[in-house]
Design a protein around this ligand. Structure first.
Ligand code: SF4
Length: 492
């Protein structure tokens, strides 16, 4: 392990830095400075919405029909006003003193009991303001889910059961293998057994060479250990201001992961710390001199062989990654010596006509074929908007994912139409930094808990073993082909 790179490892793991007698740094957070084993935990705090969030339904009542109904019921219930005014909703939508004259839309769960019993009095409509949230990829339901997670860091649970589809396009065409047999022995959320979400970002040579005296010669592992397989990816450039930059930085520090920010943003806001990964273009290398200390990780924006060599030359202690389009030939980059690759798709998870599910498998597979998969780190951004997408992207071959639009939605961003391009402006409300940090940390905590659920159900004890475990998932298209191929009417 390189002396400048910190490793947080469970007691059972070998710390190569310590083995090599090299000093280790603990730049990432409080847990890092503790030498003994410490169970990772994300503290959550309540962080309510600061912008009104549209309700799911609008309850429309015909006031004259309602008055007639109330009069009839007053007679029927012998003048018991609270009973009469509360009907016909058991959820309290008509619970105000004026009852259905001013329904409480936020309490409506859409059970349709009222409109079934009194179709002439009550009608339930989807709220058009809610339908305008997100876009065709990040749907209003996704927005609801993300906001719920960001408010308190809780795992969304629907007591009425799952009402959605059991397959579909994109991530919905992939199912993870959940076994009830292993379930009771692998409960990571409630602490009965520890499940690790630690990942390493960096370069890991296939072997370590030693001289006759046992001293390590040649390449050594150079990794930064993160407590989460999730990075805070670059926010939309147009949305970056000082408050957002500080929130990104502080959230990454608290979560003990990385915040990828443009180098210019880091410099302009005087940010520092090993949790910051500057993103710079080939023409920005000279600006690195203005950083107070070399970063632990830096990303070159796009492949440029000369700039990559120059960057590695300037930052000898730094893990240098390259941000490439998700359909890039990663094996060619690996042959050029790159060991940290960040695949970037658009906000809908697409690049070159393919979706992230396929792009990640393709990149992972090509690194496996090139024989360097274990030496390299594969990151990916784009189209990851639900907790389950993190697990699925890792199963497809990523070591860690970059979060982008989900973080913006957690901060109550509004999309202006279809939001595919990373240049596209998202509208963020004005907020205080502590609120934003709490929301980002809450979202990460909720997603981590959901990742633990998936791994627990799969019987896996650490997320590093989840990477590329395609044998532990099923694809809808494959199953349908196996079941229906050759049957008349089956179409792929
Ligand atoms: S749909 Fe259900 S929850 Fe909504 S107002 Fe009617 S009865 Fe109440």
């Amino acid at each position: 392990m390189h002396s400048a790179i910190r490793q947080i490892a469970p007691e059972s793991e070998i710390n190569l830095s310590a083995a090599a007698g090299a000093p280790t740094l603990s730049p990432l957070g409080p847990a890092a400075s503790r030498s003994a084993f410490c169970r990772y935990h994300v503290d959550t705090v309540e962080a309510p919405d600061i912008v009104h969030h549209p309700t799911r339904f609008r309850v429309k009542t015909d006031r004259f029909a309602l008055l007639g109904l109330l009069l009839r019921e007053l007679v029927h219930y012998r003048g018991r006003l609270p009973v009469v005014l509360a009907r016909p909703c058991v959820y309290g939508v008509f619970g105000r003193p004026v009852g259905g004259m001013a329904p409480i839309h936020a309490k409506c769960v859409g059970c349709l009991r009222c409109t079934t019993q009194y179709p002439d009095v009550v009608q339930i409509h989807p709220n058009p303001a809610r339908l305008r949230l997100g876009d065709s990829y990040l749907t209003p339901d996704h927005v609801d889910t993300i906001l719920y997670e960001a408010r308190g860091g809780r795992v969304p649970v629907r007591g009425a059961g799952y009402r959605g589809g059991f397959g579909g396009a994109g991530w919905d065409g992939m199912w993870t293998d959940m076994s009830e047999i292993v379930r009771p022995t692998r409960d990571g959320i409630h602490g009965r057994e520890y499940i690790s979400t630690v990942v390493d970002v960096g370069e890991k040579p296939a072997f370590i060479a030693c001289d006759p005296r046992g001293r390590v010669i040649g390449a050594t592992p150079r990794t930064l250990t993160l407590q989460l397989p999730m990075l805070l990816d670059v926010p939309p450039v147009a949305a970056i201001d000082r408050t957002l930059a500080l929130a990104w930085s502080e959230a990454a520090r608290r979560l003990e992961t990385l915040a990828i920010l443009p180098l210019t943003t880091i410099l302009a806001n005087h940010l520092s710390g090993a949790h910051l990964a500057p993103l710079l273009g080939p023409g920005e290398l000279a600006a690195l001199e203005r950083l107070p200390s070399p970063p632990a990780v830096a990303f070159l924006d796009g492949w440029d062989a000369a700039a990559y060599a120059a960057l590695r030359g300037r930052l000898a202690e730094t893990i240098v990654g390259v941000r490439v389009p998700a359909d890039a030939d990663v094996a060619a980059h690996a042959r050029a010596g790159v060991r940290v690759l960040h695949l970037v798709a658009d906000y809908h998870g697409r690049r070159g006509g393919a979706f992230a599910l396929e792009l990640i498998q393709r990149a992972h597979g090509s690194l496996v074929e090139a024989g360097v998969r274990e030496e390299a780190t594969l990151l990916g951004s784009g189209g990851i908007v639900l907790a389950e997408h993190v697990a699925k992207a890792i199963i497809c071959g990523l070591d860690a994912v970059g979060l982008d639009t989900a973080l913006a939605v957690a901060l109550q961003a509004r999309f202006a139409g279809e939001c595919t391009s990373r240049e596209r402006a998202l509208t963020l409300p004005r907020f205080e930094q502590p609120w934003a940090v709490a929301r980002l940390a809450n979202l990460a905590a909720s997603w981590r808990d959901q990742l633990l659920e998936v791994m627990g159900a799969m019987g896996l004890r650490e997320v590093r073993r989840l990477r590329g475990e395609l044998g532990r998932c099923m694809f809808q298209a494959d199953l349908e082909r196996e079941a229906f191929e050759g049957i008349e009417g089956y179409a792929r």
